[in-house]
Design a protein. Structure first.
Lengths: 788, 304
């Protein structure tokens, strides 16, 4: 008889090989996900990194192994029938059970070590902000609590794996057990243990006696679980198998009689009906449990309102668990699509009879697919007290569930070991999620394109079904599967790129030549103009675009002398008063009087003088720009806001008709307005053309009127070309309409025009997208009315 | 008459291992064809090529006139096939799997299935996973034959069956052949095959060594025994195709095909042979003679 250490060594060798695919999948996931996160961050030009997402991966991946290890070590052997074979060998049950636990424990520690190493490398390789959660987790208490939770998962997993013969039933039971244990341990540790201690002895909760006692209790609980799983393991290995159905049947010794129940069914079933019956029967117990759990999670999310602040009740406190449970339910529903036929290669039954693979694929998909769609439909229902509960958000969430299902059914078919698919599917879902986030962060308007991934993944399983049916998955099968998986990841991205390239406007050579000629002519005349006229000094105080100026009530003491000085100033603008002071004068009389800086009788005069200053500023700036001595930024930052403020506050009660007529006369005429706009626009366009794309941080950019263009995605050459072409289009449309009048706000044409500017890739608050709005207002009519 | 199964110069290799090499065969309708071969000889590979699960590296294979490479699905729908490890949904009851399978075949399947399953004494109301191995094999056989296919392909069909059912099953194969159906079975149970097969094919290391009607094969193959006067003496080979030669003390033994009637004439009084006899070879003798790698095989074919 073999000695004890040799038996143990060989059992450990066998278990290590059994669990190897899961360990490889988890480690590959750890490395791949960190790489995706880092590369995605660099491509996005992230300047300030947060360590939070990396910590989530650090915690998630080892715990995935803790969930999967018992299922693999016990469930796979149960499915393959080798656990029964082990019972026939002269091997002690303690060795079989002990070997599984040792291998699972060492794998868990190994994966924790690898995950910690990777997160450590990431944390020193990228400059990240301080994170309170990170400092909590990296403490002794943090690491101890994480290890405790992993061991809790592992031991509970072994308890359920030995308790329930069905590996998936065991995995399913693990979920509610872990939720119950999490809630219980959370309540116990905080409410019954740490809080009373904290009240009695004002000490740091994670230090001193409470922590030590809590650790001892935790270890004690783990020991109880260890003993329980050991006892259940012994029961599985030693006790006789029970088959209640066999015991109940009295037909074993009797001759065969055609069953009355099926004979009464009229004729034979149609293939479709038979296959639907077979798939429903084999997945019904698990699918029902998953759907039920998903609905409970959904109700938890929908019906329990989340307070934005203050005390949370028990349901609110653990509401965050509902999301992962819901997603896990949908993932496992997806895995059920091919699971039932993968166990012991039962699907060969169909292959041996030449049953249509398409019909098999369709009938596998239909039941879990409908269940997933039903869950997705439920997410569209409004929920209680959620401010983010809008139709688009709910629709996106429902769409995400469908995508997750599609990924999972694909994982279910391509994973060689049926049990492993329940653990590999979440990893593949995380991979696709990270890829989707990295893509749609740049292209949020293209989110519906993700439906292509669903189509590709469904197409993949349809095309792979004949091979899945007829052969044990080997290299050619996996090469094809990898190809389809890559296609599901890349086709949506390529579709976006193709859409971006194909919707890039064509090159306008003639128009550009004309624009260059116009700009060159103005530039050629510039030296003479500079000689003819003294430069005007423009103070930053005159800029009216920054919203920051409006936040505080500006200094208005001695405003009338300041306004008069500003009007008398021949050398510049903004040297005596700022735009914020002028705006404050028209904002609220009550505020002005209340701050006691201005007397009532002076208010009218101050306002009138302010109107004159605004008219002067607008005029001066427009003339400067029209003479090619100013730029678009100056125009949109001073002249346009000044004019708008003036027109909006031109009140006849502020002065005599003569005084008001004088102000009206100061307002730039239509010709000057058009000329200044045209010159500014053409010069801004010309400056843009003279620039090369330059790299700042990790992205390329260019400036249009001091605004960054396509900062995030311009590292792609076609995006740079697209931005250039759309800028041509937007400038052309703006230029063409300066003469005839830009579209009125809220008109369809206006929206199209705004959309055109947004395609350029300038920032949302930029000149082009918000300040051009001033150009669309019908100031000309208002000015004409004032002048009358 | 168009063959039901036809293989023409079929090659198949897995990596460096040759599974089938230059295999050509035509199986006529209405016969029980037994494919014999040791483990790893290429029997299952040939069956997987015939059922369209594998494509040959070169050569052509057709079943019922359909090319196996392109019409695998079609072929499997038309024939009955039981693999060496038939996959069944073990959570179903025997009556349920019959009802379920009937969906994919013509009317009459269910009645025939019930009849077969009753003949095989399979209990009802018990899930397949709780049936014995032999009972599961009976269910698999019933499912493969209940639609009365033109061709039945069986890979080790009687493994796990008790002797009574085995005999009953094999006799039903003969009945099928009598009705014009064709049966291709691979087996190690040579004595059983001998009882039911019309044609025999022996495959060895991927080569189809022999394809003949069983009766012709048996009638043309003899075991010749010569007793020598001295244990060192050597007798000349008997005429015909000598498959193997063995020696045990003073006795020499040959397995010979196509032994002529006057085969003794070559052994005169000076040949050192004191006693000569010939008996008809059993199928097992022939099989061992063809497949035993350790046997001595004289190269020359002697003509009288």
């Amino acid at each position: 008889m073999m000695n004890t250490s040799a038996a143990m060594t060989r059992l450990i060798w066998k278990d290590a090989i059994t669990i190897k695919p899961l360990v490889i999948a988890v480690v590959a996931g750890i490395v791949a996900f960190h790489l995706i996160a880092v590369i995605g961050g660099y491509l996005a030009g992230t300047q300030t990194w947060t360590i939070g997402p990396f910590l989530s991966l650090w915690i998630l991946m080892p715990n995935l192994l803790a969930i999967g290890a018992p299922a693999m070590l016990v469930g796979t052997e149960e499915d393959a029938g080798t656990l029964r074979w082990l019972r026939t060998l002269p091997v002690k049950w303690q060795h079989v059970v002990g070997s599984k636990l040792i291998v699972a424990f060492l794998s868990l520690l190994g994966v924790w070590a690898i995950a910690s190493l990777v997160v450590f490398i990431v944390s020193i390789a990228i400059p990240h902000q301080y994170d309170a959660m990170a400092s909590d987790l990296f403490s002794y208490a943090g690491v101890a609590s994480l290890l405790f939770y992993s061991l809790l998962l592992l031991l509970t997993g072994f308890v359920t794996a030995y308790l329930i013969r069905s590996p998936i039933g065991a995995l399913l039971l693990l979920m509610p057990l872990m939720i119950a244990q999490s809630i219980f341990s959370g309540i116990f540790a905080k409410s019954w243990f740490l809080d009373p201690f904290h009240r009695a002895y004002p000490v740091e909760p994670f230090g001193g006696f409470p922590m030590l006692a809590l650790c001892l209790l935790g270890i004690g609980y783990l020991i109880i679980l260890w003993m329980l799983q050991r006892w259940l393991g012994k029961r599985r290995m030693i006790n006789a198998e029970r088959s209640y159905l066999l015991g109940l049947s009295d037909d074993l010794g009797r001759p065969y009689r055609p069953p009355a129940r099926l004979i009464h069914v009229k004729g034979k079933p149609t293939p479709y009906r038979a296959l639907m019956w077979q798939q429903s029967r084999q997945i019904a117990p698990l699918a029902s449990a998953l759907v039920l759990l998903a609905i409970v999670s959904l109700l938890w999310l929908k019906l329990v309102p989340m307070p934005s602040y203050g005390q949370r009740n028990l349901f609110q406190h653990f509401q965050e668990l509902a999301f992962p449970i819901l997603f896990l339910c949908v993932i496992w529903l997806g895995v059920l699509v091919f699971y039932g036929d993968s166990v012991r290669r039962r699907c060969s039954y169909f292959a041996d009879r030449g049953i249509s693979p398409t019909m098999i694929w369709w009938t596998r998909l239909l039941v879990p697919g409908l269940a997933c769609l039903a869950i997705a439909a439920l997410t569209l229902a409004p929920s209680a007290g959620k401010h983010l509960d809008t139709w688009p958000v709910n629709l996106s969430f429902a769409g995400m569930l469908v995508v997750v299902f599609a990924v999972s059914q694909f994982a279910s078919q391509i994973t060689a070991r049926p049990i492993l698919s329940f653990l590999v599917a979440p990893i593949i879902v995380i991979f696709y999620t990270m890829l989707a986030v990295a893509t749609f962060a740049f292209y949020p308007t293209y989110i519906p394109v993700i439906a292509i991934a669903v189509v590709v993944l469904l197409f993949a399983t349809w095309r792979l079904t004949p091979r899945w049916l007829s052969e044990r998955p080997e290299k050619p099968f996996y090469i094809r599967a990898f190809g389809y998986g890559a296609a599901a990841a890349l086709v949506p991205i390529l579709t976006i790129y193709v859409a971006r390239v194909s919707t890039t406007p064509s090159f306008r050579e003639d128009w550009r030549t004309a624009m260059f000629a116009k700009s060159d002519a103005w530039q050629a005349a510039l030296p003479q103009k500079i000689q003819d006229r003294q430069n005007v000094e423009i103070s930053p105080n005159a800029y009216g675009r920054s919203s920051g100026y409006y936040l505080l009530v500006p200094e208005l003491t001695d405003i009338i002398p300041k306004l008069k000085n500003e009007l008398a100033d021949k050398n510049g603008i903004g040297n005596n008063v700022g735009f914020s002071q002028l705006k404050a004068l028209f904002t609220s009389d009550h505020d002005l009087l209340a701050n006691e800086r201005l007397r009532d009788e002076n208010l009218t005069e101050a306002k009138r003088l302010a109107l004159q200053v605004l008219a002067k500023w607008s005029h001066v700036v427009r003339e400067e720009v029209a003479e090619v001595r100013g730029d678009l930024y100056l125009l949109t930052a001073i002249a346009d806001p000044a004019e708008a403020l003036l027109i909006n506050n031109m009140d006849a009660s502020l002065g005599t008709p003569e005084q008001m007529a004088e102000i009206a006369a100061m307002i730039p005429d239509a010709e000057l307005r058009k000329r200044s706009r045209e010159v500014a626009l053409v010069q801004a366009w010309r400056n843009y053309q003279d620039q090369s794309w330059y790299q700042e941080g990790y992205g390329y950019q260019k400036n249009f009127s001091n605004q960054s263009v396509s900062h995030m995605i311009a590292w792609l050459p076609f995006e740079r070309r697209r931005a250039d072409r759309f800028l041509d289009e937007a400038v052309k449309m703006t230029h063409d309409r300066i003469a005839t009048g830009l579209p009125q706000q809220d008109s369809l044409e206006y929206l199209e025009w705004q959309k055109l500017w947004s395609q350029v890739g300038v920032q949302p608050t930029s000149t082009a997208r918000s300040q051009f709005a001033n150009w669309t207002r019908d100031h000309q009519t208002a000015i004409a009315r004032i002048r009358k | 008459m168009q063959p039901v199964i036809s293989l023409d110069r079929v090659y198949k290799r897995f990596g460096h291992t040759i599974a089938l090499e230059d295999v050509s065969i035509d199986i006529p309708p209405g016969v029980v064809f037994a494919l014999l071969g040791e483990n790893g000889a290429g029997k299952t590979t040939m069956i997987r090529i015939l059922t369209g699960f594998l494509n040959p590296d070169s050569g052509n294979a057709t079943v019922l006139g359909k090319p196996c490479e392109k019409a695998g699905l079609d072929i499997r729908q038309s024939i009955g096939y039981v693999s060496d490890a038939p996959a069944l949904y073990e959570w179903m009851l025997p009556e349920e799997i019959g009802w379920f399978t009937s969906a994919f075949y013509q009317e009459g399947f269910l009645d025939r299935y019930h009849q077969l399953i009753a003949d095989f004494d399979v209990p009802n109301g018990v899930r397949l996973k709780n049936l014995s191995k032999g009972q599961r094999a009976k269910v698999a056989l019933a499912l493969a034959t209940a639609h009365d296919p033109q061709l039945l392909i069986l890979d080790e069909p009687t493994s796990g069956l008790d002797p009574m059912v085995r005999r009953q099953f094999l006799e039903s194969m003969v009945d099928r052949a009598a009705l014009g159906r064709t049966v291709l079975l691979s087996s190690h149970q040579i004595s059983e095959v001998e009882r039911v097969a019309d044609w025999i094919g022996i495959i060895h290391h991927g080569h189809l060594k022999m394809v003949q009607p069983l009766e012709k094969l048996k009638s043309s193959t003899w075991i010749v025994t010569a007793t020598m006067d001295d244990s060192c003496a050597v007798a000349v080979l008997p005429p015909g195709k000598v498959l193997t030669e063995s020696r045990n003390g003073r006795q020499m033994r040959w397995v010979v095909q196509n032994l002529p009637v006057n085969w003794k004439s070559g052994y005169g009084s000076d040949s050192g042979v004191t006693n000569l006899s010939a008996s008809q070879a059993s199928l097992e003798d022939i099989f061992v003679a063809v497949c035993d790698d350790r046997a001595h095989r004289p190269v020359a074919e002697v003509t009288t």
